[in-house]
Design a protein around this ligand. Sequence first.
Ligand code: SP5
Ligand code: ZN
Length: 350
Amino acid sequence: MVAVVGSGHLDHDPVVEVQGGVALPAFDQPERINAVLEGLIGADIRLTGPESHGDEPILAVHAAGLLEFLREGWGSLAPHRPPSSPLVFGDTFAHERLRVGLGPDARSADGVAGMGWWCFDTITGLGPGTPRAACEAVDVALTAAGFAEQDGAALALTRPPGHHVSRDLFGGGCYLNNAAIAAERLSHERTRRVAVLDLDFHHGNGTQSIFYERPDVLYASLHGAPETNFPFHVGFAEERGTGAGEGANLNLVLPDAADGSAFLRLLDQAIDAVRRHAPRALVVSLGLDVVAEDPSSDARVERDALTVAGQATGALRLPTLIVLEGGYAMSRLGADLRAWLEGFRAARQP
Ligand code: SP5
Ligand code: ZN
């Protein structure tokens, strides 16, 4: 199996994130990809670099203004900030209730105001190397999508992750939705059905939003309860898609402190939904943040259960693109990915 990995992600060093008003060391450390790679040593995986795919596949999913802001935002803000300041965060966010009855506002999309227009949280700062890293992550996903079609499966070692980004709003440590952009590509202009299976602990609000009206792209996710877990406010079981897309969105909410058996029970339901959807390709948003040592989640899925999860996914025997999302327990990331892949590949032995 091929794994696609780049080095541009090293330019993205988010340093801090603000959680509940507390500035913490950022979870998405540049060393994450090396930690993952260590787990792949000796695993019969061929590493290759990303090919450039240009802006077109990004603009098939995201608003042009969002991409433009990512590219220009830091440069326009830097002159107004102390040299020691590594990142820009929003001060206020363009909350829908802020301008109720006042008509739409499209005037505040630049500078610090732009962070509050295009970004939804205080987790996600914009630094000088962020745009390059985010665009390279998209190329990593698209390059791996090509290998998935050619070889039956491929792995995209994407960083920063992407599943929290909708058409025109980024957050959750994500800037462009790698998995959604790849899924759109695999749909070949909506002529092939695709399923996205999101196994990250956090709800992929961005991917859900992008495909919410689409009957041809199923989004199925396992995640922590929206009442108490990031991204909050979204990811409820009642969200089932809208219009022609009704029924093509499945949110499966994990119990508190979910262990492997709880996780695998819900995974069975997601896998059944994927099977019923009868897709031509599968995109797995693979977060490794469901394990006990992960600082961003309260789940405690055991490594053996990750292998079973990989097996269940592999048993679908679909052309599969595996896209890395979250996972912040640095000391075990590699072994966890390897365990998941072992299950996935075992299920696909001829
Ligand atoms: C891609 C991805 O995994 N993004 C998620 C970013 C969420 N970061 C905030 C997590 C907040 C966790 N706070 C409490 C943890 C309790 N142990
Ligand atoms: Zn996550």
